[in-house]
Design a protein. Structure first.
Length: 57
């Protein structure tokens, strides 16, 4: 879900496909997103840097 997650080796749940070859759209749509205590500015800014905002100003 996020490059930061990949760098800290925060993987997807074991119950989910671990390979693109096992991709299932229904499982993808219902999955929980793994998170940890790191920057979410990249998701708000729609890019790969921490330049976004997590709240409207």
């Amino acid at each position: 879900d996020c490059d930061f997650n990949q760098m800290i080796e925060l993987g997807v749940g074991r119950e989910l496909p671990q390979s693109i070859a096992d991709f299932d759209p229904a499982l993808f749509a219902a999955r929980r997103i793994s998170t940890a205590a790191h920057c979410f500015g990249c998701t708000a800014g729609a890019g790969s840097s921490c330049g976004g905002a997590v709240a409207a100003t």
